[in-house]
Design a protein around this ligand. Structure first.
Ligand SMILES: C[S@@+](CC[C@H](N)C(=O)[O-])C[C@H]1O[C@@H](n2cnc3c(N)ncnc32)[C@H](O)[C@@H]1O
Length: 265
């Protein structure tokens, strides 16, 4: 999709914009995403020029983009929610980094073709209304030979029951959730846009407290009750896949965290 000025947001994008504008204070310091070990491990696999031009899509609190800025790269932080960008810009200034910020949706980018060495997107793509448009835009703005790093919640291939269950739970917890895609679905989208997948892996990632998750998304009391019921009656496939359990009175589970690295032809 070519950029023709700011796009009209669809209902999914609007829901995400409202949700994250309202909850932006929750995504900075103290959020579990502040720990960027997953990004470090992935970036170590990507050969980048000394001062790469990087776009961090749906930057949230800016943890991924600011880690890349700390490595000396020229980073643009982009998000649909302006309060997220304002907070990320403040954090960048506090840490002495110069970054660009740009408000736009992940489905249409305001950049020329072949502009970036690296596009990153971490723990956000499950909110996007159109993963195909997001991938097409990523491929368009990457330079030939440039890299794409995607990290997000996922569900392994061929687990329709567990996938449907986790979708229902996540949608109740945070109505701006759209869909977790499987490794195969992401790989197909990349291939269709000329991005050669070099690495795709699911890593279990512990979610230590359901209540913290409710607070982070400001889940309504009715939806909290429904989620607890779904957890109490989870199908075996979901219990097994997500290691649902209890520790110290807290409900815990393990996310299937997808890390995908692809290179533009
Ligand atoms: C959990 S936060 C991202 C975390 C961040 N990437 C990190 O590494 O810490 C999710 C972000 O996705 C953004 N978002 C959701 N849907 C979007 C869309 N369609 N386009 C752009 N940003 C979007 C939200 O505004 C929010 O800031």
């Amino acid at each position: 999709m070519r950029y023709n000025g700011p796009m009209k947001l669809d209902a999914v994008q609007q829901a995400a914009q409202e949700q994250f504008a309202r909850q932006s204070h929750r995504y900075g310091s103290g959020h579990i995403l502040e720990n960027v070990e997953d990004v470090q491990v992935a970036i170590d696999k990507i050969p980048l020029p000394a001062k790469a031009s990087v776009l961090d899509v749906a930057t949230g609190g800016g943890h991924t983009g600011l880690y890349l800025a700390s490595l000396g790269h020229a980073v643009t932080l982009a998000d649909i929610a302006q309060p997220m960008l304002d907070r990320a810009a403040r954090t960048a200034a506090e840490r002495g980094f110069t970054v660009q910020t740009r408000q736009h949706a992940a489905e249409q980018f305001p950049y020329p073709d072949a502009h970036f060495d690296l596009v990153t997107c971490r723990v956000a793509a499950h909110h996007f209304s159109s993963p195909p448009h997001f991938i097409q835009e990523t491929a368009r703005v990457l330079k030939p030979g440039g890299y794409f790093l995607l990290i997000d919640g996922s569900v392994e291939d061929d687990q329709p029951e567990a996938e449907a269950w986790s979708h229902t739970v996540e949608k109740l917890r945070d109505p701006s959730h759209h869909r977790f895609l499987t490794p195969r679905a992401w790989s197909k989208l990349c291939a269709a846009s000329g991005l050669a997948v070099q690495h795709v892996v699911l890593t279990p990632f512990k979610q230590p407290d359901l209540n913290w998750y409710f607070e982070t998304a400001a889940t309504s009391p009715e939806n909290r009750t429904k989620v607890l019921e779904l957890i109490a009656h989870a199908p075996e496939s979901a219990k097994k896949l997500f290691h649902l359990g209890e520790e110290d009175g807290k409900i815990i589970w393990w996310w299937q965290r997808l890390t995908l690295i692809a290179r533009k032809h």
